[in-house]
Design a protein around this ligand. Structure first.
Ligand code: IVH
Length: 666
C-alpha cells in the first residue's frame, strides 16, 4: 500500500516539475492553471495523510518557515563581479578592438544577451539539489536567501537529468515581470500600502523577506546566465553553457544570441532598444560576452569586472520638469553638492523629486537657474541629474545661484573652493554633517558592518553627546544606551553586541571604514596585500612607497599621507586599537618567498585566470608587471602565448609553464 502511495506521490511530483520545466524553460506550457492546481492539491492531500513520505524537494515544500535571526552571510566561492559599461556605439567598437588586441586575433565570437534590470543571485546545487541561494551583496559576501528563492517555481529544487556535478554554482537575475509589478502595486494601493518605485525594487524587496510566505505571494522570475564555481564540468563556451543550463532545467533568456561580428552586435543592441517597451520585463541594455571560455580566462578580470564582457547601456530616459529650488548638501568628506529640488516627475517607474547639479562649474556652464524648466535624466541606479535647461521656456522670474554666497548648510562655516578642484568644501573638522557622515560610513555594511547603527541612531548618539568620532563607538556601554529614548534592554544589548562583533575585523574593511578620501574597497584590498594586513605599516609608508604599489596613483597616495599626518586621525586609530579593534590576518598569507622578484604573465591557463595567478604571486611577495623588461625575473606562460614569449626568450628570462607554475605557487 505504502509503496503505491509513494509511487503516486512521485508521479504527481514529476508531473508538476515537468510542467514547471515546460512553462519556465521551454515556454510551452502543456497544462492549464486549473489542471496544475489540481495536481498540486492532490499531492498536498496525499502528503497530509502520509507525512512520513514528504520529500524535502517536494513542490509542496517550497514555502518553509520564516527565518528568525536575520540573513546569514556567506562568502562567494568566486567573487560576483559587475560589468563595465559602454555608453554609446563607439564604446562597443572600442570593446571589440581591445579584446582583439589583447587576444592578438582579428575577430572574436560573442554572445549577446539582454541586460535585465533585476538583482543578481547565486544558486548552489550539490549533486543536483538546490542547497543555497545567495544575493550578490558586495560581490564577495552575499546574504542567504534560500528560503525565498525556493518559493520561485521557475527555480528547480532538483536539477533535471542525472550525473550532476557534486558542486555547481549558477548565476542569474531575479526580476519581476512588468505585468506582475503593476498588479502588485495595484493591490498595495488598494490596501493603502507603500508602492514600490519600480519592478527592480519590488523584486529586491521580495527576496529580502524574512518570511517566505510573503515572497511566495510575489511573482518573481529568473533567467540564468553564468556559471560560478563548479567541479567536474567540461564546458568550453558560453553558448554551450546556456544550452547545458536549459537541459538541466534552468530558465535561460530566449533572446540570447550568438554573434559573429561586432557589426551584428551593434544591430542586436539597436534592435533590442527598439523593442524595449514590448519586452515583458525591464531591461537597461545588452550584454556582450566573449563566447570561448579559454579566451575569457586569457582576458581575465579587472578589479570589479571581467575584461571579457561589457554592458552596452541604452540611452537614458529623460523627463521634463521645473527646478523649484537649489539646496546644498554636505557629504562626509566635506564636499558641498548643489541639488535641484524639482517638480515631481516619473521616469521608468520611479518618482523623482531632486536631481544633482554636481558643482558650480556645471551650474555656470549650463546656466542653470531656480525656476528654469529642465530635462532630468536617470539611467539605471545612478542619481538623477539635470541634463539640459529648456531656454525657450525660461520664465521671467529665474534666480541665479552661486555656491560662493552660501555657508555650510550644516555648521554654517565659510566654505572654500580648493584650487584646481571643482568642488567647494566645508573645512570645519567638527562639522556635524561631516562627522555624522563619517560615522555612518564607518558603520556601514561594506565597512565595519555594525548592525543597528543606521542614520537615525548615529544622529541620536551624537545629539546625546555619546559619540563625536568613530573611536567613541568602542567606548559605548549598555548603561549609557539603555537610558536613551527609543532604547530598551534588548536594543541596547543588541547594539553593544554588534559593536563587539565588529571589533574583530579585516584590514580592507577597517581601512575602507576610515573614509580616507579616494580609498575605496578595492584600494583597501590592494593595500592589505602590500601591508600584510598591518595598519601600522600603512601609516609608515612614504609617498614614494605608496605610489610604487600597482594600482595606487599619486592622488590616492597623497590622501593616505595626509590622513596619517593628522594627529587627530592617529589618535582615533590608537583609541580604536586600545579599545579592542583587532585586525584579522587570515586574509593574507604572505610567505615573502618571491620578495623582489618580478613576474610577467602571458597566454591562457586552464586552472587559473591571469588575475588569480597575479594574486597568488603577490601573496608570496612577488611583483607582477605588464610588460617584459630587463627587470623581469620570470615569464609565466599559458597556451597561445604571443610576442611576450619571444621577447623573454631573447632576453634569456626564465620561463615557467602551467604545470611548473602549479608547483611554483603551492
Ligand atoms: S553577467 C561578470 N549577464 O548586471 C558577469 N549580468 O553590472 C556578470 N545582469 O551584477 C554577470 N543581466 O546582476 C550578466 N545577461 C546578463 C545580465 C547581467 C543583468 C546584471 C547582473 C550583474 C550586473 C552587472
Amino acid at each position: 500500500m505504502e509503496s503505491k502511495i509513494k509511487e503516486k506521490i512521485k508521479h504527481l511530483t514529476d508531473k508538476i516539475n515537468e510542467h514547471n520545466y515546460a512553462y519556465y524553460v521551454l515556454d510551452q506550457p502543456h497544462l492549464s492553471d486549473a489542471e496544475y492546481d489540481n495536481l498540486f492539491r492532490e499531492l498536498e492531500s496525499l502528503e497530509k495523510d502520509n507525512p512520513e513520505l514528504i520529500q524535502s524537494s517536494s513542490p509542496t515544500q517550497r514555502v518553509g518557515h520564516p527565518i528568525k535571526s536575520g540573513f546569514q552571510n556567506y562568502n562567494h566561492s568566486i567573487p560576483m563581479l559587475s560589468l563595465s559599461n559602454a555608453i554609446n556605439e563607439q564604446e562597443i567598437y572600442d570593446f571589440n578592438q581591445r579584446i582583439n588586441k589583447w587576444l592578438e586575433q582579428k575577430s572574436t565570437s560573442y554572445i549577446a544577451e539582454p541586460k535585465i534590470d533585476g538583482l543578481g543571485v547565486s544558486l548552489i546545487y550539490e549533486n543536483g539539489n538546490l542547497v543555497r541561494a545567495l544575493t550578490r551583496g558586495d560581490g564577495y559576501t552575499g546574504e542567504d536567501i534560500t528560503h525565498n528563492i525556493k518559493t520561485i517555481n521557475a527555480v528547480p529544487m532538483v536539477l533535471r537529468g542525472s550525473n550532476h556535478p557534486n558542486f555547481l554554482e549558477i548565476r542569474g537575475e531575479i526580476f519581476m515581470l512588468k505585468s506582475d509589478f503593476t498588479k502588485l502595486n495595484e493591490v498595495r494601493s488598494q490596501q493603502d500600502e507603500k508602492l514600490f518605485a519600480n519592478a527592480r525594487n519590488a523584486a529586491a524587496g521580495s527576496v529580502r523577506q524574512l518570511d517566505p510566505h510573503v515572497t511566495a505571494k510575489r511573482k518573481l522570475s529568473i533567467f540564468c546566465y553564468e556559471l560560478g564555481a563548479s567541479k567536474g564540468l567540461d564546458i568550453k563556451s558560453h553558448w554551450e553553457m546556456l544550452s547545458y543550463l536549459k537541459s538541466i532545467g534552468l530558465p535561460v533568456n530566449p533572446l540570447a544570441k550568438k554573434i559573429d561580428s561586432i557589426n551584428s552586435m551593434v544591430i542586436y543592441h539597436q534592435d533590442l532598444e527598439n523593442k524595449r517597451e514590448s519586452i515583458p520585463y525591464e531591461i537597461d541594455g545588452s550584454v556582450i560576452k566573449v563566447d570561448n571560455y579559454l579566451l575569457r580566462s586569457n582576458l581575465g578580470e579587472r578589479a570589479r569586472s571581467p575584461r571579457w564582457a561589457i554592458a552596452a547601456k541604452f540611452k537614458s530616459k529623460d523627463a521634463e520638469t521645473q527646478i523649484l529650488n537649489i539646496v546644498l548638501q554636505v557629504g562626509r568628506t566635506g564636499v558641498i553638492t548643489p541639488v535641484a529640488k524639482i517638480k515631481e516627475v516619473e521616469i521608468s517607474g520611479a518618482i523623482i523629486s531632486s536631481a544633482t547639479l554636481h558643482n558650480q562649474d556645471e551650474i555656470d556652464k549650463k546656466d542653470i537657474r531656480i525656476n528654469d524648466y529642465a530635462t532630468v535624466q536617470r539611467s539605471g541606479d545612478v542619481i538623477p541629474k539635470i541634463s539640459n535647461i529648456i531656454l525657450e521656456k525660461r520664465p521671467n522670474n529665474t534666480v541665479k545661484f552661486d555656491i560662493a554666497n552660501y555657508n555650510c548648510p550644516s555648521c554654517s562655516s565659510t566654505i572654500i573652493r580648493i584650487e584646481g578642484e571643482a568642488a567647494y568644501r566645508c573645512e570645519n573638522l567638527n562639522c556635524k554633517a561631516k562627522v555624522q557622515g563619517s560615522i555612518e560610513h564607518f558603520c556601514s555594511k561594506n565597512a565595519m558592518n555594525i548592525d543597528g547603527l543606521g542614520i537615525q541612531i548615529v544622529e541620536q548618539l551624537m545629539d546625546s553627546n555619546l559619540i563625536g568620532r568613530i573611536d567613541d563607538l568602542f567606548t559605548l556601554s549598555y548603561d549609557s544606551l539603555v537610558v536613551l529614548e527609543r532604547f530598551q534592554d534588548k536594543s541596547a544589548n543588541n547594539l553593544i553586541n554588534a559593536i563587539n562583533v565588529s571589533r574583530d575585523t579585516t584590514f580592507p574593511r577597517f581601512v575602507f571604514a576610515l573614509g580616507i578620501p579616494n580609498v575605496g574597497q578595492h584600494i583597501s584590498k590592494i593595500l592589505d596585500i602590500h601591508c600584510q594586513s598591518s595598519v601600522e605599516k600603512l601609516s609608515t609608508l612614504s609617498l614614494e612607497d605608496l605610489e610604487n604599489i600597482d594600482g595606487v596613483g599619486l592622488i590616492v597616495a597623497q590622501s593616505i599621507i595626509d590622513f596619517f599626518n593628522s594627529s587627530s586621525n592617529r589618535d582615533i586609530l590608537n583609541n580604536c586599537f586600545t579599545n579592542g579593534v583587532n585586525i584579522n590576518k587570515t586574509f593574507f598569507e604572505n610567505s615573502g618567498e618571491f620578495k623582489e622578484k618580478t613576474f610577467v604573465i602571458t597566454g591562457s591557463f586552464k586552472t587559473h585566470n591571469r588575475n588569480q595567478i597575479k594574486e597568488l604571486l603577490e601573496k608570496k611577495g612577488g611583483n607582477v608587471a605588464g610588460a617584459i623588461s630587463s627587470k623581469t625575473n620570470f615569464l609565466i606562460v599559458g597556451e597561445n602565448a604571443g610576442s611576450k614569449l619571444k621577447k623573454a626568450q631573447a632576453l634569456d628570462i626564465e620561463i615557467i609553464d602551467e604545470d611548473q607554475l602549479e608547483k611554483f605557487i603551492n
